[in-house]
Design a protein around this ligand. Structure first.
Ligand code: PLP
Length: 323
């Protein structure tokens, strides 16, 4: 069963209600996760225990297996940047501990992984097509993979404003101008782990607007996979030229949101971020953490070397660039 929402967090919020995760219980979340996803649980008075990740965004299973708490209801499995996690490991963990698996595929879309689509492995799954398909006004989906009668709840439908419609038209018809205007501003402080935290506080629950739904239904996934694969090959060359360590293995069947790499140190990362902004190339960091989550020095040290390059931009000559 699939329900179309306004964004990923609406889908997650309704999914949590369907699973009947109770106030004061605990949910396991990866230590690297955006404040928005955390807040969905906090708003419902659900507590969070963060589990450790290694530098390749894989769970440290020893750490997970040592977490002792009798009141854990679920674990969030995130396919970071669109690269599939080892789903079976998560499923086994959930079976052993009798907890729910919540699958977060907000960094990809509709991908087949070992015969099952990402998003359909957990008891519930979510994704966020608005992050993958250009110019959507809204888009987040909930996949309910258990039997329940709680899916027929009515929510208001999102309707884009006139200003959004005009902005969208300008973006579509004049992408060069839009890009130019974006980079005339000062570069955001991507070095801060909280640079965007608390800035997006819309947690209303709405259904998707019709124009976006139509675009999702007509999305040519294979074309987009091929396009992103070519960009990734160029970025691989860029990384080698600029001493960046690549995190994820090449995979022709996935639809990632970002290319991710590790810089040599903070200064190297700053140089890359500055270079991107100066050359009108989007190079960012992810995530903006939940502010009350005290990051361990070890995690912060690691996080300060990651750079992310969104794949929904023109990167045709990036393979030739030496910084
Ligand atoms: C891993 C992850 N899950 C969920 C969300 C929430 O998605 P949305 O912004 O569509 O609500 C985000 C984005 O902030 C995310 O990065």
């Amino acid at each position: 069963m699939k329900i179309n929402f306004y964004n990923g967090r609406s889908a997650l919020s309704h999914g949590i209600d369907i699973l009947n995760i109770r106030e004061n219980s605990y949910v396991l979340m990866p230590e690297i996760i955006c404040d928005v996803a955390v807040k969905v649980f906090i708003n419902k008075k659900i507590n969070i225990i963060y589990y450790k990740l290694d530098k390749y965004f894989q769970p440290v299973w020893n750490n997970l297996n040592n977490i002792k708490n009798k009141n854990i209801s679920a674990i969030l499995m995130v396919h970071f940047f669109g690269y599939p996690q080892n789903v079976n490991n998560f499923k086994n963990f959930c079976k052993k501990n009798k907890i729910f698996l919540i699958e977060d595929n907000c960094h990809s879309l509709n991908i087949l992984n070992n015969k099952t689509k990402l998003g359909q492995n957990g008891h519930i799954g979510i994704d966020s097509p608005r992050k993958i398909i250009s110019n959507l006004y809204s888009g987040g989906r909930l996949f309910v993979n258990i039997n329940t009668k709680k899916t027929k709840i009515k929510f208001p439908r999102y309707v884009p404003t006139k200003i959004q419609i005009i902005k969208n038209k300008i973006k579509k018809n004049s992408p060069i101008l839009t890009n130019y205007l974006k980079f005339t501003k000062k570069r955001p402080n991507y070095e801060s782990p909280y640079f965007f935290s608390d800035k997006d506080n819309d947690f209303s629950i709405k259904k998707i607007d019709f124009a976006s739904l139509n675009k999702i239904n007509n999305f040519k996934i294979n074309k987009e996979i091929n396009k992103r694969f070519i960009i990734l090959s160029k970025l691989k060359k860029f990384a080698k030229k600029n001493q960046l360590e690549i995190i994820f293995k090449e995979n022709k069947k996935i639809l990632p949101m970002y290319f991710v790499a590790i810089a040599k140190n903070n200064l190297h990362r700053k140089t890359i971020l500055d270079w991107g902004w100066k050359n009108k190339i989007d190079i960012v960091t992810w995530p903006s953490f939940y502010k009350k989550n005290k990051l361990s020095p070890e995690l912060l040290k690691r996080w300060k070397k990651y750079i992310c390059i969104p794949l929904n931009q023109d990167l045709s000559n990036i393979d030739e660039k030496r910084i």
